[in-house]
Write a protein that binds this ligand. Structure first.
Ligand SMILES: NC(=O)c1ccc[n+]([C@@H]2O[C@H](COP(=O)([O-])OP(=O)(O)OC[C@H]3O[C@@H](n4cnc5c(N)ncnc54)[C@H](O)[C@@H]3O)[C@@H](O)[C@H]2O)c1
Length: 282
């Protein structure tokens, strides 16, 4: 038995979470803080930053925009000042930005979706590498992709392309960094209740009654579900895990269209209309 007695003890570890003010990033930040980590949180929204700072007074919350080309270097300075090394980089920021049919997206909108979802993540990872190397072997990168990296989604094709791109980046970077003992993995969530994907807004009232039938495990995700995956992936429990993804999806990808009827029978026959992404006139 070579595992430490408490493999989820993050005392002495420094962790950077992008977009840690609410949602999945907040859940991940809270979990690492509860496990003893020193946290740096990059958050664009000043109110959300203040809120997470109030809950996690020991965290180093930096109000910044990860799309800004100057931000990664600014965060490196913060990491240097805090501990001189980075054990875990959690690239969490991402957004649909524009939910539109592909032929309705302008070039600027396409660029925007790509930068929010993959451009900034590549720049952040590249700039953080010296700090991750200072903590190697044993440091790691966790990229928050989406179940849409592994399945299609209408009206979000560029978002899905970016998320699938992150999955490809993860695999290749994992190979490059493996000799140095730095691991790179993805968390791929299915629909998770956050301010960006607020279930009470997304799901029409007439469809709510059967919410427990859509996902095999009987519910949508919470930020804690992704936090559990992050705690595992960054820990010695995952010492031989790199270049892969954890689908935090309640079994949705395995179901691949199978769902249960209101009376509990399995079916692949469509039962509902409207999906929260309905485009007028289509
Ligand atoms: N919620 C879901 O159902 C779901 C499903 C699949 C994938 N994801 C992915 O999970 C990640 C987190 O999603 P979420 O639902 O928690 O999002 P969210 O919008 O609820 O929270 C994102 C946080 O990041 C901050 N942020 C946004 N842009 C930023 C920027 N440029 N710089 C710094 N901070 C910024 C926001 O203010 C917010 O605090 C994203 O990558 C998203 O694509 C979410």
């Amino acid at each position: 038995m070579t595992l430490p007695s408490n493999p989820l003890d993050y005392s002495g570890k420094t962790i950077l979470v992008t977009g840690g003010g609410v949602g999945i990033g907040r859940g991940i930040a809270e979990a690492f803080a509860n496990a003893g980590a020193t946290l740096i949180i990059a958050e664009i929204d000043a109110d959300r930053a203040a809120d997470v700072q109030a809950e996690l007074p020991d965290a180093h919350v930096v109000v910044c925009d990860v799309l800004d080309r100057a931000t990664p270097a600014l965060l490196v300075e913060k990491v240097k000042a805090v501990s001189g090394k980075l054990d875990v980089l959690v690239n969490n920021v991402g957004h649909f930005v524009h939910a539109l049919p592909f032929d309705m997206l302008g070039g600027d909108q396409i660029d925007e979706i790509l930068d929010v979802n993959i451009g900034q993540l590549l720049r952040m990872t590249s700039t953080m590498l010296p700090m991750l190397r200072a903590a190697a072997p044993g440091s790691s990168v966790i990229n928050v992709t989406s179940i849409e990296a592994y399945r299609g989604i209408p009206y979000c094709s560029v978002y899905a392309a970016a998320k699938a791109g992150i999955a490809g980046f993860t695999k290749s970077l994992a190979l490059e960094l493996a000799p140095e003992g730095i691991r790179v993995n993805d968390i791929a969530p299915e629909t998770t209740d956050t301010p960006q994907v607020a279930l009470d807004v997304m799901i029409p009232p007439e469809n709510r009654a059967n919410m427990d039938k859509w996902i095999p495990l009987g519910r949508f995700g919470t930020p804690d579900d992704c936090a559990g995956a992050a705690l595992y992936l960054a820990s010695p429990l995952a010492a031989w895990v790199t270049g892969t993804a954890i689908h935090v999806d309640g079994g949705a990808l395995a179901a691949a269209g199978w769902t249960r009827t209101p009376t509990g029978e399995w079916t692949v026959v469509p039962m509902v209309t409207g999906n929260g992404l309905k485009i007028p006139g289509r």
